[in-house]
Design a protein around this ligand. Structure first.
Ligand code: NAD
Ligand code: IPM
Ligand code: MN
Length: 358
């Protein structure tokens, strides 16, 4: 039996509900694949603020560093929205990503055939969509200095953030993107705003320079405004998209709707070593928290990414993805992906049918 130390970070809102379902699924798959998971829970986000005053307690970072992988749900909520920035839940999440040096965030947006009609776009546009967004996660405008709200000489307030990338930061995310492209359809689109931003010009130059080491990959470039438009006009033109932190955040939410719901989209946040953090693309959904309405599948699929990319257990990962496929085939839906003739389930009940299917 292979044993893994997994840190669970349920966080806020729907987090505990979707993590609960996912732990059961992992245990069931573990039994079949002879894997044992040792789970330790940590505090992050709003719950961590309430219990310790800090959205990312040192203890949480320590247990994450000692584990083989981290399964994170989501953080944030109305209650903590007016705290000073360093005490916000989001700051805890950013601190975790920075603390573990998780510079590469893989966000696959693949439509499952059963959900074609749950997308807000037409069937012929979304059928067959299979995109991987490679989002830079520890740089760009999220982390650049200077940042803050400063007073100007004439008594104004001035809010400042800085979008910055070094060549080394661009090269390392670029490499991840080219290598990911080699395992897929060998088409990479780099998204930037090089017509306006210096930082994007450097981004484009470095990605272009890198491409000479990957002659098998067809590289293209798009400005981010056009990329947003193309994603909804003709998403099937994309295979891999590589982009900076902010553009990746925005484009991956847009890509989510191609697949029917943001409640379906998993992600993997990885650095050079272990451990990675595996987290859905969506947030804590405070509007439906505690109502047993959340779609747990993005979290469950994030656990599959954990098995595939973090723990190198592709067979167990396949089993989870197959179980998701099966329950959708059987017509089970949560509210966000509901369509006519299907069976509406709550979060818990979706967990139960998943277990039956494993
Ligand atoms: P959100 O993703 O939480 O919710 C957007 C909409 O999608 C809501 O209507 C919500 O009900 C719905 N939704 C999201 N996930 C769902 C699921 N699994 N099943 C069904 N419906 C789902 O984004 P938001 O409302 O902009 O942000 C809410 C809070 O979450 C904020 O505090 C924000 O900072 C935080 N947030 C956290 C993360 C994260 O932890 N990675 C990501 C995004 C937002
Ligand atoms: C995400 C979220 C986070 C981000 C927030 C909550 C800090 O939107 O994971 O996509 O912007 O990266
Ligand atoms: Mn986001």
């Amino acid at each position: 039996t292979q044993t893994y130390q997994i840190t669970l970070l349920p966080g806020d809102g729907i987090g505990p509900e979707i993590i609960g379902v996912t732990v059961k699924v992992l245990k069931a798959v573990g039994q079949q694949c002879d894997l044992e998971f040792k789970f330790t829970e940590g505090l992050i986000g709003g719950v961590a603020i309430d219990q310790t005053g800090n959205p990312l307690p040192q203890e949480t970072l320590d247990i994450c560093r000692e584990s083989d992988a981290v399964l994170l749900a989501a953080i944030g909520g109305y209650k903590w929205d007016n705290l000073p920035r360093h005490q916000r839940p989001e700051t805890g999440l950013l601190g975790l990503r920075a603390g573990l040096e998780l510079f590469a965030n893989l966000r696959p947006a693949k439509i499952l055939p059963q959900l074609v009609d749950a997308s807000s776009l037409k069937r012929n546009i979304v059928e067959g969509v299979d995109i991987m967004v490679v989002r830079e996660l520890t740089g760009g405008v999220y982390f650049g200095e200077p940042k803050g709200v400063f007073s100007t000489e004439n008594g104004q307030q001035r809010g400042v953030n800085t979008m910055a990338y070094t060549d080394a930061e661009i090269d390392r995310i670029g490499k991840v993107a080219f290598e990911t492209a080699q395992k897929r359809n060998k088409k990479l689109c780099s998204v930037d705003k090089a017509n306006v931003l210096e930082v994007s010009q450097l981004w484009r130059d470095r990605v272009t320079a890198l491409s000479s080491s990957y002659p098998d990959i067809e590289l293209s470039h798009l400005y981010v405004d056009n990329a947003a438009m193309q994603l909804v006009r003709d998403p099937k033109q994309f295979d891999i998209i590589v982009t900076g932190n902010l553009f990746g955040d925005i484009l991956s939410d847009a890509a989510a709707m191609l697949t029917g719901s943001i409640g379906m989209l998993p992600s993997a946040s990885m650095g050079e070593g272990k451990p990675g953090v595996f987290e859905p693309v969506h947030g804590s959904a405070p509007d439906i928290a505690g109502e047993n309405k959340a779609n747990p599948l993005a979290q469950v699929l994030s656990a599959a990414m954990m098995l595939r990319y973090g723990l190198d257990q592709p067979i167990a990962a396949d089993k989870i993805e197959q179980a998701v496929f099966n329950v959708l085939d059987q017509g089970y839906r949560t509210g966000d992906i509901m369509s006519e003739g299907m069976t509406l389930l709550g979060c818990q009940e979706m967990g139960e049918v998943l277990l039956k299917s494993i």
